[in-house]
Design a protein around this ligand. Structure first.
Ligand SMILES: *Cc1c(COP(=O)(O)O)cnc(C)c1O
Length: 471
């Protein structure tokens, strides 16, 4: 085929400028309308899934279909086919209503589609992400040489921490794997940890048995004495402790493990000290709440998920370390085809990923638009709403069993109520508010987390009334 016989681009994939603007404007209006309906409507999905599946099989991808109708269909399915984190009555897991700047960032990075593997192809995006990471490292009190990168998730960041710990503990781990160690390796966190650690140990090749779930002290926090004891016992048996990872903001109850004591123990045993602050790290924005995370400044590395309390769109974690050299020891590789500036800071030479999306723009735009003060107000507001819910439930005879100073409540109904699991089931069946069942110190509790930046007093009252009606 001659060059001038090559067919014109497929209009559906690459529309004219005019058509793009029309579709864009249409989508903007459609989404705004759907978003405001979602805020008023039920939190739970109310889609007929059988009908949805019938419609779905009709998409056999044989005949092209018009984009506008496809967008209408997609938005309608999402409006009725998910639990709505963007509804102020979602008091759920750490899933936020996303900030608008983060949504705009997704549009911008989608348009330019920069490849963040290398600073050679994406000098500005790579420098911008490094700038944001540096700002968080300083905020956490880490030294100036600290660095890191954005990850798709807290799990990827925690995985990175374990790889760094292994790489620093035994240089031959790079070539020989865990065989290089003098004995089996172990990592330590509490039994209240986020369970992805088990998958991480599996992936990293140390085996799930390497995860030591240290007891808690009755308040949901890791028991530092139990940690010290577990390390001594393991060392005596020839086990090599590589990583100690307390949680700052546990998934179940929003508790902060004793970071200073864990740091002392990690130092004593030359283990890597990682703070999993996936959710709780957001408290660093607030001068009032920062003290809750005292000791985080001693971390060898930190995980913070921007897609949790910092409310960016999904899949935006951060890994921050005071030893960036260990990242390049762990993730370096030779690749002649890469457009490198020979900068050792290239993300593909320092991280798990290769091709990489411009995730950091979400937090850059959110933080630049609101400032630390705006984020402090956001975080402090969640804590105030949680306190309001606590006192409302307290008046009705409910009991809060955790004493998190962050925005998670674990509550029990008054004597004579139904079991917690039934209460939550009935709450969700009614559909007006969402809360979870969790385990706190061995018993079922109703877990309430304030995740939405605009939850109103009325939303809080709806939750309380819903729980009362369900109990
Ligand atoms: C959410 C969470 C994780 C896992 O992060 P993902 O982004 O969901 O992969 C790990 N640790 C804690 C404390 C978390 O809250």
């Amino acid at each position: 085929m001659r060059w001038d016989e090559v067919p014109t681009p497929v209009e559906a994939l690459f529309p004219s400028q005019d058509a793009k603007e029309r579709l864009d404007d249409y989508l903007t209006r459609t989404l705004a309308a759907a978003d405001s309906r979602v805020k008023q409507g039920p939190v739970m999905p109310d889609l007929d899934m059988a009908k949805f599946r019938q419609e779905l099989v009709q998409y056999d991808f044989e005949a092209p279909q018009p984009m506008q109708a496809l967008m209408d269909w997609t938005v309608a399915q999402l409006e009725h086919g998910t639990v709505h984190m963007t509804n102020g009555r979602y008091f759920g897991l750490f899933n936020p209503a996303p900030t608008f700047p983060a949504q705009l960032a997704d549009r911008i990075s989608g348009c330019f589609n920069p490849q963040l593997a290398s600073s050679g192809s994406s000098p500005v995006p790579v420098a911008l992400e490094a700038h944001v990471i540096g700002a968080w490292a300083r905020r956490a009190g880490l030294p100036p040489e600290s660095a890191g990168h954005f990850t798709t998730s807290g799990s990827e960041a925690n995985y990175t921490a374990l790889i760094c710990a292994l790489t620093r503990a035994e240089p031959r781990f790079a070539t020989e794997g865990t065989r290089a160690f003098s004995g089996p390796v172990a990592m330590y966190t509490s039994r209240e940890c986020q369970p992805a650690w088990h998958k991480i140990a599996h992936q990293a090749g140390v085996g799930r048995q390497a995860v030591r779930l240290v007891a808690t002290d009755g308040s949901g926090r890791l028991d530092a004495n139990a940690l010290a004891g577990a390390l001594l016992e393991d060392r005596r048996r020839g086990v090599v402790p590589v990583l100690i990872s307390p949680t700052a903001g546990t998934t179940g109850a929003g508790m902060v493990d004793p970071l200073l004591a864990c740091s002392d123990i990690a130092r004593e045993h030359s283990a890597w000290f990682h703070v999993d602050a996936a959710w709780g790290g957001a408290a660093l924005c607030s001068d009032r709440l920062r003290a809750e995370l005292a000791g985080i400044e001693r971390a060898d590395s930190i995980t913070i998920d921007a897609h949790k309390w910092l409310a960016t769109t999904m899949g935006c974690g951060m890994f921050i370390t005071r030893y960036p050299k260990v990242l390049s020891d762990a993730f370096h590789v030779g690749a002649d085809f890469m457009p490198s500036t020979a900068s050792s800071l290239d993300p593909y030479l320092n991280t798990v990923q290769w091709s990489r999306r411009f995730l950091g723009l979400r937090l850059f735009l959110s933080l630049a638009a609101a400032g630390w003060g705006g984020y402090a107000a956001h975080v402090e507001r969640s804590v105030a709403v949680a306190a309001q819910i606590q006192s409302g439930l307290d008046d009705l005879g409910w009991q809060t069993v955790n004493d998190s100073r962050l925005a998670v409540l674990c509550v029990l109904p008054p004597e004579g109520s139904r079991p917690v699991r039934q209460i939550v089931q009935r709450l969700l069946a009614a559909g007006r508010a969402w809360a979870a069942v969790a385990q706190f110190e061995g018993r079922d509790v109703v877990r309430i987390c304030v995740t939405h930046g605009e939850t109103s007093a009325e939303d809080a009252a709806t939750l309380i009334a819903g729980l009362e009606a369900a109990r």
